[in-house]
Design a protein around this ligand. Structure first.
Ligand code: HEM
Length: 233
């Protein structure tokens, strides 16, 4: 054997151990993917919690998910099962339609209105405290960008949560209508930000939006990471 060359046996062992680590990481994700299906399938909060703890109930479990929820320790000793589980997971996550893709874009879009409109509230507060700083244009920029983000997040959200007016999940219902209202109010805020004259109405609307967005982000987190995700209860 030449110096510096890794023997074939050792190389395959290293590759196998990395592969097992990859599988363990992939298997830590199904809660998120299953929750996503649960929101689309109009499951209640209690059913969703049950699914996250014990796997999908048979009524909503798709055939391709069978075997995926095995504990990482079990797959570590059976790389073939792990390989099949990874393939099944990749197949299960494949985009099925344009609507499916739009729904998956919701988490990306959601962070824009939260960041931009909260920054708009901070900028407006500074403008109130220090008018000489001349932050009017900054506020206009942040509010209009935030409104655009809120409108896209809301549309993608409807694709993510399903097109219906009533939800069995209380969290999803609150999130759906709060989010839709945020998008509408943010558009009104943009009009107010560009309107000359008193800033009273704009300040009130931006303050309401800031509170609504914190609640919205919290409920989004509850749906993705599970009940009591901040550990406050
Ligand atoms: C301004 C509007 C909205 C904001 C800022 C927002 C924010 C969020 C956030 C932060 C999350 C968690 C994402 C993550 O951490 O991965 C989330 C998840 C979610 N949102 Fe929204 N949302 C909005 C509107 C909506 C609307 C109108 C719906 C319609 C039902 C909706 C449905 C959902 C669903 C179903 C999830 C869970 C994702 C999943 O199951 O894959 N959202 N949202």
């Amino acid at each position: 054997m030449r110096a510096g060359r890794i023997p074939n046996m050792t190389l395959s062992r290293i590759l196998r151990s990395h592969f097992v680590l990859l599988i363990a990481a992939a298997l830590s994700l199904p809660v998120t993917a299953n929750a996503h299906d649960g929101h689309k399938n109009d499951m209640s909060d209690a059913e969703m919690a049950q699914m996250e703890m014990h796997g999908a109930p048979s009524a909503v479990r798709e055939p391709s998910t069978v075997g995926i929820a095995e504990p990482a320790s079990a797959t570590a000793t059976t790389p073939l099962t792990a390989e099949r589980a990874l393939e099944a997971k990749i197949a299960e996550n494949r985009i099925t339609s344009a609507g499916d893709l739009f729904g998956r874009l919701h988490p990306i879009a959601a962070h824009f209105p939260i960041a931009l409109l909260l920054m708009a509230a901070i900028a407006e507060f500074f403008l109130f405290m220090r008018p000489a700083w001349g932050l009017e244009t900054t506020v206009r920029f942040l509010v209009s960008g935030g409104a655009l983000g809120a409108a896209s997040a809301a549309v993608f959200g409807w694709f993510a949560g399903g097109w219906r007016l009533e939800d069995r999940s209380e969290t999803l219902a609150l999130h759906r209508w709060n989010g839709t209202a945020i998008a509408a109010v943010a558009i009104v805020a943009t009009w107010l930000a560009f309107r000359p004259g008193s800033r009273m109405a704009l300040r009130f609307v931006i303050a309401v939006l800031a509170v609504a967005l914190v609640i919205q982000g919290y409920h989004g987190g509850e749906m993705v990471f599970g009940p009591n995700h901040l550990g406050l209860e």
